[in-house]
Design a protein around this ligand. Structure first.
Ligand code: HEC
Length: 318
């Protein structure tokens, strides 16, 4: 009897070893860094080329316009694999610039899809680096978001916003971090519409573009220190409004396109160490103000060109 138990455990032990040796794909370690480095820039929150986002599980599995983006278990039927495996000079290859993925990277994505395209809940990818860089080894493993539980005041505020017609949703299944957009309300959204935001501390992305929000109304955002993305384009916001953003230490993206902001306003952003992209097309910001911000925040890119319009030009092809 004891012998049997022993050999059984030996067998089970072997099975584990062989799975490990077989090298199951680990999404977080093996696949996410490739997507973050080479895809999310064009297929993420800022741009969704081809109708495709690859930054969250739900959106990636939903796929793009052409369909069959990821066919679980069937890598060869998946558009994603077809696109990355095309010859280097094919017009449809992904990524379209910065050189094709390496054989190992393609193999990792293939295996990942074949093994069921497992994407653990809570992993949200952020674009990283620029295309054109070939140093794929510098890609970082994404951080898993910590669990988040809204307070009762927050739950109440969310219900209030929803009742007002605001889209305020969890960023993925089983996650309480949220994104909110007031775009659907347009100029019907005023300072009082956005006021309940002050309690939604689990907010990561906020879109107030094209609303009637004013400088005073932005006070509601003062304590939203988890916020990473903020759209204020096409609003009446001025330098005075940006004072309220001073403590948003996690802010990475700020769109001020077509607002009344000037160099003086950018001063209020100087303490935002994580800021990566600021859009100032059609504002009063000058090169002097941009340079001043860049001396304080060496990683920040301030875009004042046409290519950054939120009213993005439609697909290049297809
Ligand atoms: C520089 C921008 C850019 C980058 C980086 C990029 N793509 Fe794309 N992608 C596009 C554009 C533009 C389209 C739409 C035109 C087309 O279908 O070719 C597209 C379309 C696609 C489609 C087809 C979507 C559909 O359903 O029609 C897939 C799949 C795709 N990309 C996958 C990827 C993957 C995987 C990566 C990373 C390895 C990547 N892309 C990187 C710009 C980009």
């Amino acid at each position: 009897m004891q012998k049997l138990a022993l050999s059984l455990s030996f067998l089970i032990g072997c099975a584990f070893v062989s799975i490990a040796a077989d090298g199951k794909i680990d999404f977080q370690k093996d696949v996410a860094p490739i997507l973050q480095k080479s895809c999310v820039e064009c297929h993420g929150p800022d741009k969704d080329k081809g109708g495709l986002r690859l930054d969250t599980k739900a959106l990636a599995l939903k796929g793009g316009k052409g369909g069959d983006t990821i066919v679980i278990g069937k890598a060869d039927d998946s558009e994603i694999l077809k696109r990355i495996s095309l010859p280097k000079d094919d017009d449809d290859i992904m990524p379209p610039k910065g050189g094709p993925l390496s054989k190992e990277q393609i193999e990792a994505i293939k295996k990942w899809i074949s093994e069921g395209a497992i994407w653990p809940d809570g992993i949200v990818l952020k674009a990283e680096g620029k295309t054109g860089s070939t140093d794929s080894h510098a890609a970082k493993t994404p951080e898993k978001l910590p669990d988040y539980k809204p307070t009762p005041a927050e739950t109440k505020a969310i219900a209030q916003l929803e009742a007002a017609g605001v889209s305020i949703r969890p960023i993925a299944q089983n996650i309480q971090w949220r994104e909110a957009t007031f775009r659907g309300l347009g100029t019907n959204a005023t300072d009082s519409t956005i006021a309940p935001l002050k309690d939604v501390l689990g907010l990561l992305d906020l879109n107030l573009a094209g609303t009637k929000v004013t400088d005073a109304g932005l006070a509601a955002l003062k304590n939203l220190t988890n916020l990473t993305t903020l759209h204020l384009e096409h609003t009446a916001v001025t330098d005075a409004g940006l004072v309220h953003l001073k403590e948003l230490k996690n802010l990475r993206y700020l769109n001020l396109f077509n607002t009344k902001v000037s160099d003086a306003g950018l001063k209020h952003l100087e303490g935002l160490a994580k800021l990566q992209n600021v859009y100032v097309w059609q504002t009063k910001v000058t090169d002097k103000g941009i340079n001043a911000l860049q001396t304080k925040l060496s990683d920040v890119k301030v875009h004042k060109g046409v290519e950054v319009t939120a009213v993005a030009p439609k697909e290049e092809k297809k």
